[in-house]
Design a protein around this ligand. Structure first.
Ligand SMILES: *[C@@H]1O[C@H](CO)[C@@H](O)[C@H](O)[C@H]1NC(C)=O
Ligand SMILES: *[C@@H]1O[C@H](CO)[C@@H](O)[C@H](O)[C@H]1NC(C)=O
Length: 410
């Protein structure tokens, strides 16, 4: 406030023009340019790491991706745009939700699409895929509110018993994003709708780790739902997103400071949570505390845009699918009827057998890659060792997911 007053008392300007020919242009475009250049150089200097990371992670300097381990992969017929895939290992059933790839280009809040009159949207289906027989079934959602939107996203599954499951499904309704609580018992012909959870802290939900019948962690992938500031958040890879702990008794921010909190998974006893930071091109390894906040054990850096992690209970490894050249997805605006070509890869993240203090805790190995002409925009890879199978979800394509042989060495 004092500053403003000081300004007015400054000595009056003398408007005599200097004789130097340089400045005769008055308001000089040159000066403007110089200032602009200075600002750019400053920003670049300040964000050297940001730009360096961006170049690596966006894959702009990578040549063509060579297909690797894609032999024997087959798309599942009859479904499209399946998002998350969860394998229930005891029953060899995979749970997934599928929509319409075209409709995703019009309404899909996670990618800033908000055309509320998009055709063929709002009618996603809940699907159970039987791994041994390779057959799938679209499930009735008994009791689901009449006329309510269904635009499903991340899934989390809690086992109430070996055969009774509570399934949390993120649903981007036009009235706001919510978590639907569903129940399914192995062998049932239908899925039961139980309730809808809406909470002011759950704003841009992406994925869920289930903890109990009404208890979970949920990631918010953005701080800003839409608008120019959301683009700033993405372009400058701001660490503004978070993970929420939800229970009917209390709900709060459990972890924050994530560059686009995306997919989440946990190990068998939920003692570790793996959270991918999509714009941070890395994986947060988090430890739940007694008060349900999450403390970071490790941040594992990747060299690509990581999507959803999934846990292999047999090896204890984490399989992560993601986008090797995301700029190809972002820069090419999706044309109606044309598939999105998104070069993809799947990696295995595993504990480093070497445990010296200088050695990295986790190692990363590519188990599958494609240039996007066959397997495009891979978002999740779930492993079933019993049937030597890997299911790879490809959300923005007219395929649903691929069934691949378990990659050699994985
Ligand atoms: C929204 O979707 C409808 C129906 O698909 C389409 O006719 C309309 O042009 C879209 N609006 C915008 C702004 O893209
Ligand atoms: C998985 O990947 C998609 C595609 O990028 C992303 O939008 C989504 O948030 C991720 N999470 C889940 C749970 O599928």
């Amino acid at each position: 406030m004092a500053k403003n007053n000081a300004k007015t008392s400054a000595t009056p300007q003398t408007h005599t023009k200097p004789t130097s020919p340089k400045a005769t242009g008055g308001f000089s475009v040159k000066t403007l340019f110089r200032d602009l250049l200075l600002v750019i150089v400053l920003i670049a200097a300040l964000s050297y790491n940001l730009i360096k990371d961006l170049v690596v992670d966006s894959g702009v300097l990578l040549g063509d991706i060579q297909p690797f381990n894609t032999e024997g992969c087959k798309p599942l017929e009859g479904l499209e745009a399946c998002e998350d895939i969860h394998i229930h290992h005891a029953s060899s059933l995979a749970f997934t939700t599928c929509g319409n790839a075209e409709a995703r280009k019009g309404w899909y809040p996670p990618i800033d699409k908000f055309n509320s009159s998009t055709e063929n949207a709002f009618q996603d289906v809940f699907v159970i895929y039987d791994i041994p027989s390779g057959k799938h079934q679209v499930m009735d959602l008994v009791g689901f509110p009449e006329g309510a939107d269904r635009v499903f996203h991340g899934l989390g599954i809690h086992e109430r018993s070996a055969t009774d499951l509570t399934i949390f499904a993120i649903n981007h309704r036009r009235t706001g994003s919510v978590v639907e609580v569903l129940e399914y018992s192995i062998g049932d012909k239908a899925v039961q709708y139980k309730e809808t959870i809406q909470h002011e802290l759950i704003r841009t939900p992406n994925d869920i780790v289930a903890l109990g019948p009404r208890e979970f962690y949920v990631s918010n992938d953005h701080k800003y739902l839409t608008g120019p500031i959301r683009r700033v958040e993405e372009l400058l890879r701001r660490q503004w997103s978070n993970v929420i702990y939800y229970s009917p008794e209390k709900t709060f921010v459990a972890f924050t400071g994530v560059a686009s909190a995306n997919g989440m998974t946990s190990n068998k006893d939920n003692s570790l949570i793996f959270l991918s930071a999509c714009h941070g091109a890395g994986m947060h390894v988090l430890k739940p505390q007694a008060d349900h906040t999450l403390s970071q054990e490790e941040f594992v850096k990747f060299d690509f845009y990581v999507d959803n992690p999934s846990y292999d209970p047999v090896s204890g490894d984490i399989f992560v699918a993601g986008h090797v050249q995301p700029y190809k997805i972002v820069l090419v605006s999706p044309e109606p009827g044309k598939p999105i070509i998104g070069p993809s890869k799947v990696v295995r993240m595993y504990k480093n057998p070497e445990t010296s203090s200088t050695a990295p805790k986790y190692l990363i190995e590519t188990v599958l890659a494609d240039d996007g002409h066959f397997i495009s925009t891979s978002t999740v890879a779930a492993i079933d060792r019993k049937h030597e199978t890997m299911l790879v979800g490809t959300v923005f394509t007219a395929q649903s997911f691929f069934r691949c042989p378990l990659p050699k060495g994985a």
